[in-house]
Design a protein around this ligand. Sequence first.
Ligand SMILES: CC(C)(COP(=O)(O)OP(=O)(O)OC[C@H]1O[C@@H](n2cnc3c(N)ncnc32)[C@H](O)[C@@H]1OP(=O)(O)O)[C@@H](O)C(=O)NCCC(=O)NCCS
Length: 155
Amino acid sequence: MKAAGQDDMTRLMAVMTAAFEPTWGEAWTRRQVEDSLLTGYCDYFLVSPEGKPVASGEQAAGFTLSRSVAGETELLLLAVDPQFRRRGLGALLVENLLHCARAKGESRIFLEMRRGNPAERLYRKIGFQPVGERPNYYRTTSGERIDAVTFALSI
Ligand SMILES: CC(C)(COP(=O)(O)OP(=O)(O)OC[C@H]1O[C@@H](n2cnc3c(N)ncnc32)[C@H](O)[C@@H]1OP(=O)(O)O)[C@@H](O)C(=O)NCCC(=O)NCCS
């Protein structure tokens, strides 16, 4: 586990706020992120607008939050600030996670997304395939229910 410095958490939460539309209710609170990191199974990665690990004091353009348990990684959150989208940062963040999972000798990587999220195109391009669904799993702020779709990639 990487200890989440105050500075990193502030930068991560700035991307979280900018990236997730409130309608879907998908954004995590700072407390939820910090608690996940305290479990010892979760990790995060912050990318700069230039696609590098963020330097001290630099603005973050995107992040991943992931959990690694029993030889498998789960991508919990992927977000890129809208002002830095469609320049490959989302794909780069997922590729970075694959690289880390491979380095740990893991066999599979999972993620779950709300049905209809445009991120599906990105995940499929990288090679993720749907492996399951949870009907009506998500609830929007207006009360609408949306299925969750689970994707997996063998690495
Ligand atoms: C999903 C997200 C991370 C993509 O970030 P990004 O940096 O724009 O992604 P990339 O530039 O790497 O996109 C790579 C490819 O994925 C596909 N893609 C990405 N966003 C897309 C969109 N909104 N609509 C359609 N295809 C999309 C495209 O094929 C794209 O390649 P192209 O730009 O050459 O056409 C970003 O839109 C985001 O933060 N969304 C809100 C949070 C979210 O829903 N996260 C995922 C669920 S946790």
